[in-house]
Design a binder for this molecule. Structure first.
Ligand code: PLP
Length: 306
């Protein structure tokens, strides 16, 4: 359950949480076309509140808007400011931001070119997405019976809301089966990503992750981890990964704004490595948290002060 905050930014103004409503004929509610983002703000050890990689998230929001032909009425700068204003209006020292660009009500039917394109930013408090224990000890995953969309079926590089029916179905299947998260293969059988996370495999000290031509979202945490890994002297290989390579990996972990850096200790009832969080995952996770909320100031370009 999301804890209510005071204000939501809607089409240019801050409105009360209870007034941030839409009509039932909102086009995106029926057909799922529109863009959204998930962004985190953290309080660092020096007390300052910083949004992590705000520029990149807003760029991806606008890329999704472009891919889905939803032209927002606001500029990137205005949406960035809206994110900051929403955190400030709710006195939040940390939290999750959800900008959303959607097709409002007006005409119904698939083609509704004149419906308004609406923009909102919602903020709420969100702890560890898969739980604190998941961050510490890792999670159990299942390869989903649902494949990730083929690149020509949907828009893998768009964070488009309708695309997430695929994720919700896979997540439910995994949870109902007693697992923590689903890992999705693409239609050719190669490892794609989690339901809301990118995936990394460590084998013999090298980090592997699916390349960007595969049906994955271009994760901003994925980019963060690849950058950190290279700084730590770890080779990063963007390539196709098979299910067996996953099962035989030394370490596997997921990355995402919500999931942060979550180790995987088991896939399809096979322990990953020794079934405990491995040294490279630990190192990268520690560095990640030090950058987003600790005292590592090596990447000021990733932080926007609130
Ligand atoms: C399907 C999917 N893959 C990967 C990610 C990770 O992306 P990011 O690290 O930018 O949050 C997300 C989350 O946004 C996602 O929904």
């Amino acid at each position: 359950m999301v804890d209510k905050v005071q204000k939501v930014w809607m089409d240019g103004e801050l409105v009360n949480w209870d007034d941030a409503n839409v009509h039932l004929l909102t086009h995106s509610l029926h057909y799922g076309v529109g863009a959204f983002e998930g962004i985190r703000a953290y309080q660092r050890t020096n007390g300052s509140v910083e949004v992590f990689r705000l520029n990149e998230h807003v760029d991806r929001l606008f890329d999704t808007a472009k891919l889905t032909l939803c032209q927002p009425k606001f500029t990137r700068e205005q949406v960035k400011q809206a994110c900051i204003d929403t955190l400030r209006a709710n006195n939040m020292s940390e939290g999750y931001l959800r900008p959303i660009i959607f097709i409002g009500d007006g005409a119904m039917g698939i083609y509704a070119p004149n419906n308004p394109i609406r923009t909102a930013v919602i903020a709420w408090k969100w702890g560890a997405y898969l739980g604190d224990e998941a961050l510490k000890s890792g999670i159990r995953c299942k390869i989903s019976s649902f494949a990730r969309h083929h690149i020509n079926v949907s828009l893998a590089k768009a964070k488009m809301m309708g695309q997430y029916t695929n994720s919700v179905l896979a997540k439910r299947e995994a949870k109902f089966g007693g697992y923590d998260e689903a890992i999705m293969l693409d239609v050719n059988g190669f490892v794609s990503e989690g339901t809301g996370e990118n995936i990394f495999v460590v084998k013999k000290g090298v980090l592997h992750t699916p390349d960007l031509s595969s049906s994955i979202l271009e994760g901003i945490t994925r980019d963060t981890i690849m950058t950190i890994a290279r700084e730590e002297g770890i080779t990063v290989n963007e390539c196709r990964i098979t299910r067996e390579q996953l099962w035989l990996a030394d370490e596997v972990f997921l990355t995402g704004t919500a999931a942060e850096v979550t180790p995987i200790r088991e896939v399809d009832n096979r322990a990953i490595g020794d079934g405990v969080v491995g040294p490279i995952t630990k190192r990268l996770q520690a560095r990640f948290f030090d950058i987003v909320k600790g005292s590592d100031s090596s990447h000021p370009e990733w932080l926007t002060k609130v």
